[in-house]
Design a protein around this ligand. Structure first.
Ligand SMILES: CCCCC/C=C\C/C=C\C/C=C\C/C=C\CCCC(=O)SCCNC(=O)CCNC(=O)[C@H](O)C(C)(C)COP(=O)(O)OP(=O)(O)OC[C@H]1O[C@@H](n2cnc3c(N)ncnc32)[C@H](O)[C@@H]1OP(=O)(O)O
Length: 177
């Protein structure tokens, strides 16, 4: 009997020919990752994104009710995921594919669910393939800071995911220890 684990891993046609640097975007300009492309919306609640001419990236985000942790406030994992997503869009807005190598998040205040908040993200510096990116999430309209994040994104060439599939197949063919 086949299980999900031994189902053949075939290349996904949604990504065919993609250079990953110009992903599908929503009407609000939000770049969609794999699962959100299938859903047709950002499931984390990122509704709008734009890069201004000073290099700041701005995002409008609303925590969906199904990400509630404590009463009427976001689960911390949602906040961390949104900061990963928004900061990780900065290289993409500069037409560079990257992946998160490190991420640090400070949870400053609880984040309300079902209420728009704003994320601003910017590049602190670049060294080689490393992008040092920081950002903060703030309440609208007053601007009180709810969370801060910083991390390192590493630029990748388009072969990154193919190499990963090969690596995974090697791991599987090596058998269990
Ligand atoms: C969801 C991911 C989607 C990615 C984009 C795909 C398609 C685009 C389409 C739509 C996009 C829409 C939305 C998505 C956008 C953003 C979402 C957030 C992004 C993520 O959520 S992404 C998932 C989580 N993330 C990973 O899945 C990474 C797993 N990991 C690795 O893949 C390797 O570990 C890697 C690549 C990190 C290193 O690979 P490696 O070790 O083979 O490479 P190497 O040694 O050559 O290092 C090369 C340079 O990285 C430096 N370096 C390495 N490790 C470091 C560390 N820990 N701290 C600081 N610097 C580090 C070295 O110092 C060197 O720097 P330098 O080049 O300057 O010398």
């Amino acid at each position: 009997m086949r299980t999900d684990d031994d189902r053949p891993r075939t290349p996904d046609r949604r990504w065919a020919g993609s250079d990953f640097q110009d992903p599908p975007r929503t009407g609000g300009g939000v770049a969609l990752c794999g699962a959100c492309h299938a859903a047709g919306r950002c499931r984390l609640g990122v509704q709008r994104e734009r890069l201004d001419d000073t290099g700041n990236a701005w995002f409008h985000v609303t925590c969906p009710r199904d990400q509630e942790g404590g009463p009427n406030v976001a689960h911390g994992g949602w906040t961390a995921a949104v900061m990963d997503e928004c900061l990780g869009h900065v290289p993409l807005l500069n037409r560079t594919l990257s992946v998160t190598a490190e991420l640090s998040v400070s949870f400053v205040k609880p984040v309300p669910v079902d209420r728009p908040v704003q994320v601003r993200a910017w590049v602190d510096r670049r060294e080689g393939s490393r992008w040092y990116i920081a950002g903060e999430m703030s309440l609208l309209p007053g601007g009180a800071v709810l969370a801060r994040a910083s991390g390192i994104w590493v630029a990748r060439d388009p072969g990154h995911f193919d190499r990963h599939e090969k690596w995974l197949a090697q791991q599987d063919s090596a058998g269990s220890p």
